[in-house]
Design a protein around this ligand. Sequence first.
Ligand SMILES: Cc1cc2nc3c(=O)[nH]c(=O)nc-3n(C[C@H](O)[C@H](O)[C@H](O)COP(=O)(O)OP(=O)(O)OC[C@H]3O[C@@H](n4cnc5c(N)ncnc54)[C@H](O)[C@@H]3O)c2cc1C
Length: 402
Amino acid sequence: MWRNWVGNQSFTPDREAVPRDEEEVAALVREASERGLTVRVAGAGHSFTPIVETDGLLLDLSELSGVVEADPRRKRATALAGTPIRGFYEPLWRDGLALKNQGDIDTQQIAGAVATATHGSGIRNTCFSGVVRGVQLVTATGEIRDIGESEPELLRAAQVSIGMLGVMTRLELEVTDGYRLSEQIGLWPWEAVLERWDELVHDHRHFGFFWLPTEESAALYNLHSDDQTMADKCYVKIYDEPGPDQPDSATPGRRTDRCYRIYPMVYDPNFHELEYFVPLERGPDALRAMRELMLRSLPSSVYPLEVRTVGPDDAYLSPNYKTATTVISVSGKPGTDYWGYLRSVDALLRDFSARVHWGKLHFLDPERLHALYPEADAFIRLRRELDPAGVFLNAHLAELFA
Ligand SMILES: Cc1cc2nc3c(=O)[nH]c(=O)nc-3n(C[C@H](O)[C@H](O)[C@H](O)COP(=O)(O)OP(=O)(O)OC[C@H]3O[C@@H](n4cnc5c(N)ncnc54)[C@H](O)[C@@H]3O)c2cc1C
């Protein structure tokens, strides 16, 4: 039985395979297709939604791992699809390069992160999907296709595909010169954050915070502070590039180091998360409404409210499609009935035209999909062209994209 990292999704596929190269992937997909089986790929299993599930063939691409090419002149890197985010660090740094941005953890496989538009923080950078410049894809017939910038429509569909166009076997990413980051971490009053919102969003490379509804909230996400009281405070994280004369530092909350040593946090598998994206400028109003709702919803709403921003891109199913966003995340406690609370979050953020994180719990239906994602039809048209029999669909995805 396959289980995701947090344990809220599990299923038993008809068969599993661990291919070693794209030819083997192609042969496996072709055979499954001919037998009428569906096919899905499991990345590192860090999604909370049933987007890996299949009763057919489940592929594990962990053998297809590694950065195969890095070009400092063109600022491009090509990696196999099963490469974990942390597998980019040293190979890129050796060539004077780094990933442009990344999120809270680095254990996801690059194809899994790209498939769901995984993001970090900062409006000057996009999510992972926004830096994808090429995808090698094994389609439903077992054909190996290289999709690049010469096929912009297909590329924009493949950038955020939740595995529905085929099996990604390698990806070309735009990367950047290696850079260091200096962190400033502090516990701030709620109003202080909202008063300085514009400056925090626009004047820093990265800005994000966790609002802590109760004294117990911080510990649930392993957040620490020397402050006496943490309830109703914001655990603020600001990262900027230091000047060349500023030395590295290991002082907690004031570290300066290579970018990839600053980004990752440590989470325990103790939360079931929902994350929605509202247009950037509507962020402060949405956040005020969320704070009120969460205070009213305690103890269900005990997990921190995580807030980040992301820059726009033009991938068809991206939550940041042609708009920078304020990203709002909340969690329910495993083993409790948190659904009423999450439904009230959904109802509130629906009024802010919120798009969803494909890897996190959500309540999107076809009507909202088409209202919120202007290119949903274009994606579905290409999906049907590439996979008319729905080899790469499952019940959860078919409801929205069949
Ligand atoms: C502790 C934790 C922290 C997180 N932090 C962040 C964060 O900071 N920012 C953020 O945006 N998200 C975050 N997430 C969500 C996570 O990044 C996404 O759910 C991501 O998709 C997980 O990647 P994965 O490798 O585990 O993929 P999986 O969850 O295994 O798969 C995701 C999707 O990708 C598809 N897929 C995987 N590989 C391929 C392939 N080769 N070809 C085609 N399809 C493929 C799968 O079928 C599935 O549909 C976090 C999740 C957890 C549990």
